[in-house]
Design a protein around this ligand. Structure first.
Ligand SMILES: C[S@@+](CC[C@H](N)C(=O)[O-])C[C@H]1O[C@@H](n2cnc3c(N)ncnc32)[C@H](O)[C@@H]1O
Length: 461
């Protein structure tokens, strides 16, 4: 499978970070350009460069056995073959296997929604194009770690820098855990962190984050994490190991009160949110909590281009709109919305001059004129939604699409790959110019959200 997927408009100089898309192989030429700060009403903290959509890249789903890109065959898309995955996942979900780790091995640690560990491990293996020597993907643990033999280092950059579907945050990690004492947990972490950073040739970091899994057990560690973060940061400051210029971040990931793992991210290419979880405020007037899904999708996929790609008086179609959380987001960016759903809209969307509600079938509805945006949250099979997305874009009915794929099945990574291939296939020649990103957002449950479209190029300065 050789997917032709393009990533968004030119980005801010130096490349915006982005989380959440398919594996990539080839970066587009030329430097993207900066863009204004997003003013998304319900994003209350914007701490870093926004992940503006990126220039075209080829997708890089890789064959685990050969390490080569999987070629896209013409004809109906087929599920991705990942021969070694099932075996690795089976062993990773039982007991951790850290035997025979060598100092030259490469470890990655990634956070995910609890329950999606096998999907994340499959994605990491595809990205690293290798089977791990040891891995840990315990069901509902909320994280995955995998250790690869040294040659995998050539894939590490792509694995930790390019957006992933199931990873909220992914990083290079230490090979072994840090055992924490019961009295003094700070000293073992600081000592191990100094060795870890020295091995990576990093004299300093910009920040230290102490994190924990996004699970009920994990949340019980939150107070300890806050206390440790403050103490470790203080010690790092005193020893001159904190520098705003560093561009690197140290992660201390608590798996219990007695064990932590160390990780390191590049700030520019990683999630700007602790635990990889965005803090979005639920707008009290919005008709449904689903509104946060679209708010987060715009934040993740569009980032700094929000104001450029959502302009007052643009036109949008919302397929499967009721009760109206997504329509509400579009309306509040000044767009005219045609909301398609047999169900009722709620609140300020009812009898609103900017909202036209049609009780029609979203699969049959066609716009009279092309629109700027189509969004789709209909509960349907992922492949049917993928075909619809491809149709709207290939026919030119919409320039940008944000869509949700419900994933009740087991092999969710494979299903996501299959759907992105279907969109690519449907786009035909237009795939060359298109941008496609898929990500399991924090507000997604058994689902992932995608962006596909043709963002305008930013002006060169
Ligand atoms: C998850 S809800 C959408 C929630 C909405 N995005 C929001 O923010 O409030 C899915 C909606 O899709 C609608 N739906 C499912 N199949 C549809 C179809 N074929 N045509 C139109 N609407 C459909 C359902 O009626 C339901 O209201």
């Amino acid at each position: 499978m050789n997917k032709t997927v393009k990533r968004g408009p030119p980005k801010p100089a130096g490349r915006a970070k982005a989380r959440g898309a398919k594996a990539l192989v080839k970066k587009a030429k030329g430097k993207p350009k900066g863009k204004a700060v997003v003013q998304t009403a319900n994003v209350i903290a914007k701490k870093s460069v926004k992940p503006a959509l990126k220039t075209r890249v080829k997708n890089a789903a890789l064959d685990i056995d050969t390490g080569k890109p999987i070629k896209l065959k013409k004809g109906p898309p087929k599920p991705v073959e990942i021969s070694a995955t099932a075996k690795a996942i089976a062993s990773a979900s039982s007991t951790p296997n850290d035997a025979s780790i060598l100092p030259t091995d490469i470890s990655v640690l990634a956070y995910c929604r609890a329950g999606f560990e096998p999907d994340l491990l499959a994605e990491i293996m595809s990205r690293m194009a290798a089977t791990p020597k040891a891995s840990w993907a315990l069901p509902s643990s909320g994280f995955v770690r995998a250790t690869f033999a040294a040659p995998a280092i050539k894939r590490l950059h792509s694995a930790v820098h390019e957006p992933m579907v199931f990873a909220r945050q992914i990083m290079r990690a230490g090979l072994f855990p840090v055992a924490l004492g019961t009295q003094d947990r700070v000293t073992p972490i600081v000592n191990a962190a100094e060795t870890f950073l020295t091995n990576l040739n990093l004299p300093s970091v910009s920040a230290v984050w102490v994190e924990y899994p996004d699970t009920n057990d994990g949340k019980s560690l939150s107070k300890l994490a806050i206390a440790l973060q403050s103490r470790i940061t203080q010690q790092f400051q005193e020893s001159g190991k904190i520098s705003a210029q560093s561009g690197k971040r140290l992660h201390v990931f608590l798996t219990s009160k007695s064990e932590a793992w160390l990780g390191q991210t590049d700030i520019e290419f990683s999630s700007s949110w602790p635990l990889g979880i965005p803090r979005l405020r639920m707008p009290s007037e919005a008709p449904s909590r689903s509104t946060l899904k679209l708010a987060e999708a715009i934040h993740v996929f569009i980032g700094d281009d929000d104001e450029r790609l959502f302009q007052p008086d643009m036109r949008a179609v919302d397929l499967g709109a009721a009760p109206g959380g997504w329509t509400w987001q579009l309306l509040h960016r000044g767009l005219y919305v045609t909301a398609i759903d047999n169900g009722d809209l709620r609140g300020e969307l009812v009898d609103n001059a900017m909202v036209k509600h049609l009780r029609e079938d979203g699969f049959k509805y066609r716009p009279l004129k092309p629109v700027d945006w189509m969004v789709c949250d209909m509960v349907e099979s992922p492949s049917r939604i993928a075909k619809l997305v491809g149709l709207w874009l290939s026919e030119g009915w919409a320039r940008h699409v944000i869509f949700n794929l419900k994933l009740p099945m087991k092999k969710r990574f494979e299903e996501v790959e299959r759907c992105s291939m279907m969109i690519d296939e449907a786009l035909g020649n237009k795939a060359e110019r298109a941008v496609l990103q898929l990500k399991q957002l924090y507000h997604d449950r058994e689902e992932v959200t995608g962006y596909c479209g043709f963002p305008p190029r930013a002006k060169q300065v």
